[in-house]
Design a protein. Structure first.
Length: 156
């Protein structure tokens, strides 16, 4: 009998740690890639984009994890114009600390329960801190088709 994903107790010693995020944009911003076990199709697309972006010659999970971890731990986040980023990147306003998703030409305020009413990217004045690791941004630019929460899809 084939085991059912999620049927085992969570957070078992010696096993990978199950993590739960609002959506994939949030997970990428936190420095996590798609899981090769529970999301194999997304993992394959991510590694394909990783290679296409020229981030390495071989897309091994351990190497990707190491790169994403180093970038997410970097305390000094690059300041960027949200309009220069691909859909799926996350930024933080440097003054009020609010997180936002760049998605389809708009800037959506993030919350634990979903995204709020967006504003056009061109209305986002100034520079924001880039929260999505730069290598993940390159993967998005290389065509990785990231999943976003339904609150960012056509509901505004």
């Amino acid at each position: 009998m084939k085991p059912i994903y999620g049927a085992n107790p969570l957070m078992q010693p010696g096993c990978y740690t199950e993590l739960f995020f609002l959506d994939e944009a949030t997970a990428l911003a936190a420095g996590h890639r798609p899981c090769a076990q529970c999301r194999p199709d997304a993992y394959k697309l991510f590694t394909t984009a990783w290679l296409k972006a020229g981030l390495s010659d071989v897309a091994l999970a351990a190497n990707i994890d190491k790169a994403l971890d180093a970038e997410r731990r970097n305390i000094e986040k690059p300041l960027v114009s949200p309009a220069s980023l691909p859909s799926g990147a996350m930024v933080r306003h440097p003054e009020d600390g609010a997180f936002h998703l760049v998605y389809e030409g708009q800037l959506f305020p993030w919350s634990f329960s979903g995204y709020g009413t967006p504003m056009p990217l061109k209305a986002a004045a100034g520079k924001y801190e880039l929260m999505t690791p730069p290598s993940a941004v390159k993967g998005l630019e290389a065509g990785y088709p990231l999943e976003v929460h339904s609150s960012a899809k056509g509901s505004h």
